[in-house]
Design a protein around this ligand. Structure first.
Ligand code: NAP
Ligand code: MG
Length: 487
């Protein structure tokens, strides 16, 4: 099916493994909850384990927070808000945020290793993207903390109070930074709930908060599962819920919050269209498509999971894309040469398999990378489906894995119609050499983020968020402050 000639040629060059050392992680065997500035035992003494999805080995045992633990955490956040944080000036808050940012940089190698071990994503990505970006968000919002009156939200904008923040497993540290940095800059206190399969980098961050001398209770971290998240959502002492995760859980949360006075922002799923016009430079396009869907194993809410390519260049783009897919290095996430790491959990792997099987059943043409997969752990070979129709499940549903659906179009109008034919609206990419065409198309796409001649670019100065079933509210930039200000 795929053209392997070039691969074997390159394969002859070979790469030796360049392994990062797992011992840099310096993890404790077990972690408590981070409440009131201390690691504490959960009230019911329940624990769960976090595993390395690349090996299925247990990395650490973590406390399972019950609703009474959430209660204690929210009370701690409220106390810290009333007694300390609401009386701390913006300039003082900024100092803490700058300190946290610098400590993330100081401990960046350790954080990258922890994130890779816990999540399964390649060390190259945690080292070069997740951790530096997490620091960058703290640096960026540190800059806003003493300038809130210039943010466009009135002369004396006030914080909301106690924020309950629930994050997913695909960018554990980065999502914690996206949530905590703007909330703290705006003067709120926080209770953060990391995902069940990836709690560890948030616990290292808790150590960093201690090192930074952040006043007790300003940030509390409650590890646990969906029930912990639900207890936080339902807690009457929380003024605002910020959630990143699936549309399904987002919908549940919206129902729970609707009868209350809590504020809510939701960052949910997506089915991003990456639109390639026939004048776009093909070599760059191929790399952009690869970044769009295989970055972070495709566990990216804004992934370019639908490739819309103009019919006149579709054959050539597909041929070159498949050759490139075959060269992706899949395997040990701790190897600095690895492009695609492990799938985060058995459950996610099952979902990817199920939807990919539907792709075949519904008549799309499946191409699978010829890479070898490790025997242990959760793995899925990079996969491309051609001849996909708009009605196929793989064109409509979020797969959240390394699976690309390829569709074609003839005119810009058709590209726009197809791109917008989705219940989601998080991100799109447009590839063309013509700026006027790019702008014309971008103005007609219904998505929160549009990239031009690039994909999956994140920057703390730039707002990120969705429309329709991808959620509402913005994170990042000046816009990201709004969610945490009483405006
Ligand atoms: P998820 O199942 O919705 O979980 C997200 C978080 O919510 C986790 O911490 C989860 O805890 C918790 N949770 C589960 N049930 C809950 C409930 N009833 N009430 C409150 N909290 C609850 O999503 P996921 O599988 O972790 O993440 C994948 C999804 O997130 C994808 O659909 C992706 O598109 C979306 N996502 C969106 C963005 C964005 O910015 N728009 C970013 C990243 C991911 P447990 O881990 O213990 O289940
Ligand atoms: Mg894990």
């Amino acid at each position: 099916m795929t053209d392997n000639s070039l691969t074997s040629e390159l394969g002859a060059l070979g790469y030796d493994a360049a392994l990062e050392s797992a011992s840099l992680a310096r993890l404790q065997p077990s972690y408590g909850l981070f409440i009131d500035g201390q690691f504490t035992e959960p009230s019911r003494h329940q624990q769960f384990t976090s595993i390395n999805p690349a090996t299925e080995e247990t990395i650490a045992t973590v406390a399972m927070a019950s609703s009474s633990d959430v209660d204690v955490a929210v009370a701690s956040a409220r106390r810290a808000y009333n007694k300390v944080w609401s009386k701390t000036s913006g300039a003082e808050r900024a100092k803490y945020l700058y300190r946290i940012a610098r400590l993330i940089q100081e401990r960046s190698r350790e954080l990258a290793v922890v994130e890779t071990l816990d999540n399964g994503k390649p060390i190259r990505e945690t080292r070069d993207i997740d951790v530096p970006l997490a620091a960058a968000y703290f640096f960026y919002y540190a800059g806003w903390a003493d300038k809130l009156e210039y943010a466009g939200y009135g002369p004396n904008p006030q914080p909301v109070g106690v924020a309950g923040q629930i994050i997913p497993w695909n960018f554990p540290l980065l999502m914690a930074a996206w949530k905590l940095a703007p909330a703290l800059a705006a003067g709120n206190t926080c209770v953060l709930k990391p995902a069940e399969t990836t709690p560890l980098s948030a616990l290292i961050l808790a150590e960093i908060l201690q090192q930074a001398g952040l006043p007790e209770g300003v940030v509390n971290i409650v590890t646990g599962d969906g029930t912990t998240g639900a207890a936080l959502v339902d807690h009457p002492g929380v003024d605002k819920i910020a959630f990143t995760g699936s549309t399904e859980v987002g919908r549940l949360i919206q129902e729970r919050v609707a009868p209350t006075s809590k504020r809510l922002t939701l960052e949910l799923g997506g089915k991003g269209a990456n639109i390639v016009f026939d004048d776009a430079p093909i070599d760059e396009v191929i790399e952009g498509i690869i970044d769009g869907i295989f970055y972070n194993q495709g566990h990216v809410c804004c992934a370019g999971s639908r490739l819309l390519v103009q019919e006149s260049v579709a054959d050539e783009v597909l041929r070159r894309l498949l050759r490139r897919v075959d060269q992706l290095r899949v395997g040990n996430p701790m190897d600095k040469n690895t492009d695609v790491g492990a799938i985060n959990s058995a459950a996610q792997l099952e979902r990817i398999r199920e939807l990919s099987n539907w792709g075949e059943q519904e008549g799309a043409t499946r191409y699978t990378s010829s890479c070898d997969l490790p025997a242990k752990g959760y793995w899925f070979a990079p996969t491309v489906f051609a001849n996909v129709a708009q009605s196929h499940r793989i064109a409509r549903e979020e797969i959240f894995g390394p699976v690309l659906s390829v569709l074609t179009f003839r005119t810009p109008e058709e590209a726009i119609a197809k791109a917008n034919n989705s219940k989601y609206g998080l991100a799109c990419g447009v590839w063309s050499e013509k700026g006027s065409r790019t702008l014309w198309v971008a103005q007609r796409l219904r998505a929160g983020v549009i990239w031009a001649n690039t994909y999956n670019k994140f920057d703390p100065t730039s707002p990120f968020g969705g429309v329709r079933e991808s959620g509402f509210g913005r994170e990042g930039g000046r816009h990201g402050l709004e969610a945490y200000l009483d405006v």
